[in-house]
Write a protein that binds this ligand. Structure first.
Ligand SMILES: *[C@@H]1O[C@H](CO)[C@@H](O)[C@H](O)[C@H]1NC(C)=O
Ligand SMILES: *[C@@H]1O[C@H](CO)[C@@H](O)[C@H](O)[C@H]1NC(C)=O
Ligand SMILES: *[C@@H]1O[C@H](CO)[C@@H](O)[C@H](O)[C@H]1NC(C)=O
Ligand SMILES: *[C@@H]1O[C@H](CO)[C@@H](O)[C@H](O)[C@H]1NC(C)=O
Length: 211
């Protein structure tokens, strides 16, 4: 009896490991016009379930730890990267639609993080935010965003700050809050001097490749 029990304890984990490996996961079907490459997974039958994304009404979305859905704008599977759209700024105000959740937060137990190619622009900031490495000067790039886009119109004449989200900062969060900054956007691979018409709005995430 003792022997059988030992054997069972030995076999069961093996069995589960084997059954996991035996399922050859195909890539997921397209979501709207967007290919969903492996390991991204829109359902239990495709991709790798740790890399969960959502196909809702033909729009591919990434869910934050707070439960906010960000539209996926593009995917580069070779580079293990995807770009999500920054949240809308609510019309007639200067608050990002994810403000009530404190901005973007990624679940740290998932294999995604925020890459170092994002230039974040924080809007309607309180005075105590004026410190390095944020660029809150009058010619900070975020000023152009406030002045030249309809979306950020409600943020005009407030304090705004721009910074490159580099590796010295948390890779799991872009924070906004009432009393801090209440709205934000992000531009991928921003270069000073680029005219605003060429800005690539988005938040680039990267994932650890499976296995
Ligand atoms: C990804 O890499 C493969 C193999 O190197 C290549 O054939 C393919 O064109 C690449 N895809 C993209 C979108 O760059
Ligand atoms: C802020 O950004 C502007 C425009 O890129 C630049 O000219 C300026 O030197 C920057 N200021 C600081 C303090 O980094
Ligand atoms: C700017 O932020 C303050 C608090 O930080 C908030 O009370 C105010 O409503 C915000 N302004 C706009 C236009 O949303
Ligand atoms: C984010 O994830 C990538 C891929 O796993 C890793 O190379 C990078 O160091 C991570 N960045 C941070 C700041 O944790």
């Amino acid at each position: 009896m003792k022997n059988i029990m030992n054997t069972m304890f030995f076999i069961f984990p093996l069995f589960f490991e084997a059954s996991k490996a035996a399922i050859a996961f195909p890539a997921c079907p397209k979501c709207g016009d967007l290919e969903v490459p492996f390991p991204l997974s829109t359902n239990g039958n495709c991709g790798d379930s740790r890399y969960k994304v959502y196909c809702r009404h033909g729009i591919l979305q990434f869910k934050s730890s707070g439960g906010f859905y960000y539209n996926v704008h593009s995917i580069d599977a070779n580079a293990s990267k995807l770009i999500i759209s920054p949240p809308q700024i609510n019309k007639g105000s200067c608050s990002s639609s994810d403000l009530y959740l404190g901005g973007l937060r990624l679940d740290e137990s998932l294999p995604f993080n925020i890459s170092t190619h994002n230039t974040v622009m924080l809007l309607n900031c309180s005075d105590n935010l004026v410190f390095s490495p944020l660029n809150c000067s009058l010619n900070s790039p975020c000023r152009q965003f406030e002045e030249k886009t309809e979306e950020a119109n409600g943020c005009k004449d407030t304090l705004c700050c721009t910074y490159l989200k580099d590796s010295a900062m948390t890779a799991h969060m872009i924070r906004v809050r009432v009393g801090g900054c209440t709205a934000y956007t992000s531009v991928v691979n921003f270069k000073g001097g680029d005219s605003i018409e060429t800005w690539n709005y988005g938040i680039e995430l990267q994932w650890i490749s499976p296995n």
